[in-house]
Write a protein of this length. Structure first.
Length: 292
């Protein structure tokens, strides 16, 4: 960074501070380690230096080096540390009881909580009942390699089936709510009679449902999904009416998804004006009947 660029940046920082912000300059390289530190039985991590750095503010990095390690295992899951998470570790041999530390036990690394009991004995304690605390004895070579400052959660891919179930539950709930709202406005028998009153014994063609769709969704709380609407309207349509299909609605011009007053030639250049005018008239007739 040149002196000019630095001065410009400092000027921007001053302006931000005047607005109540507290900007920090990421000017301190922090080593990034590619090691897999086990949350389980201590094991050798091998050469963990990746040779890359993350730039962080000096105020965050302080004067002691901070490094990043990736967790493997589940012995600290009850402390919110899962396999694949990253740990920001302050390189220090000092730690207090209850702090999470990276320790080297007989040349092998592990992540545990430091604890001193009433007898003055030191322990490395996991946060998972499937694992046992490790008592530190004089015969062991134990070193505190760092204190965990921050846990960076790994973003895991959610299985497709889980997302499908979530969407299906939401759609089912919405359909139920729409059904309740619809019955509060009009009964199915009333809508059947209304359609017969407006359109006579039969519609001119199945494509007329395209004009009816938006009106019944807006005014009667009809299902908004194409399949839900077609199943619902076919069940209440007077005998002899052409069947509505989801494919018919899906292929209709996007203008018919808008409110009826927006069905204009400039918003539907691909629709013949005569067809647009006829469907607009069909929709308005139904709107007037529903408002009566």
């Amino acid at each position: 960074m040149t002196n000019y660029e630095y001065d410009e940046l400092m000027l921007q920082f001053e302006q931000m501070r005047a607005q109540g912000w507290d900007p920090l300059l990421c000017d301190t390289p922090v080593p990034y380690y590619d090691g897999r530190v086990p949350c389980g039985v201590p094991t050798d991590t091998g050469d963990i230096v990746r040779g890359e750095y993350v730039m962080m503010p000096l105020e965050v990095a302080e004067l002691d080096p901070i490094y990043t390690l990736t967790v493997r295992g589940d012995s600290m899951k009850d402390a919110g540390i899962a396999s694949g998470d990253e740990l920001r570790v302050l390189a220090t041999p000092m730690a207090d009881d209850g702090e999470i530390v990276v320790a080297m036990v007989d040349g092998e690394y592990t992540v545990k909580m430091l604890f001193t009991d009433d007898l003055g004995r030191h322990w490395l304690v996991p946060r998972n009942t499937d694992y046992q605390p490790l008592l530190i004895t004089e015969e062991m070579d134990v070193r505190i390699m760092g204190r965990v400052l921050q846990i960076v959660k790994a973003v895991r891919r959610v299985p497709y089936a889980t997302l499908v179930r979530a969407v299906n539950r939401a759609m089912a709930q919405k359909a139920q709510e729409e059904q309740v709202a619809r019955k509060e406005r009009f009964s199915d028998e009333q809508l059947t009679a209304l359609l017969a009153e407006v359109y006579g014994e039969a519609m001119a063609s199945a494509s007329d449902w395209i004009a009816v769709y938006r009106v019944l969704c807006d005014k009667c709380g009809a299902p908004t999904s194409y399949k839900g609407f077609s199943d619902w309207v076919n069940a209440l349509a007077p005998e002899g009416y052409p069947r509505c299909t989801a494919d018919l609605l899906r292929k209709a011009d996007a203008v018919y998804l808008r409110p009826v007053f927006e069905w204009t030639p400039d918003l539907a250049p691909s629709v013949r004006i005569s067809v647009l005018d006829r469907r607009t008239a069909i929709a308005k007739r139904l709107m007037q009947a529903l408002s009566a």
